[in-house]
Design a protein. Structure first.
Length: 145
């Protein structure tokens, strides 16, 4: 059964500045908790990452996945084309909405796990994913400004 989690945060930066950090996949291991390796394997006709290989590990669980990225006017989404380890498949999206003070960022992800996890461990993993995807992103964006 797929597990979904989502969250929102406001960042004092433009949507373009936020997107720049999201797309800097080479830097993920330095700020995205649990990301061990991240490599752009393909770019689209506009030079944006369209396929990314990631190795992720935390709390004794690890996974390797290749993600295909799609872009829209106010954000981006992804879905796994290949996944192994603790995660069978993953999909998600960032929405970026310009505000008077910066950017309102929404994040959602859906994962199909390869094994059942106790509720407490699942909730802890979800909290870590959201913290990295939103609080970690905010910290990295505001640091880069």
């Amino acid at each position: 059964m797929a597990e979904q989690t989502s969250g929102e945060i406001d960042i004092k930066a433009t949507p373009d500045e936020v997107l720049e950090v999201i797309l800097d996949f080479d830097a993920y291991p330095t700020w995205a908790n649990g990301v061990k390796k991240c490599e752009v394997t393909r770019k689209d006709s506009k030079g944006r990452p369209s396929e990314v290989y990631m190795e992720v590990g935390s709390m004794g669980f690890g996974s390797k996945q290749t993600l295909k990225y799609s872009y829209k006017a106010k954000g981006l989404s992804w879905a796994s084309t290949k996944a192994e380890g603790a995660v069978k498949s993953i999909a998600g999206a960032y929405g970026l909405e310009e505000t008077d003070d910066g950017t309102h960022v929404s994040y959602s992800t859906t994962m199909e796990l390869a094994m059942p996890l106790p509720g407490m461990i699942k909730r802890q993993a979800e909290r870590m994913i959201i913290d990295t995807a939103l609080k970690g992103l905010k910290k990295q964006v505001e640091k880069a400004r």
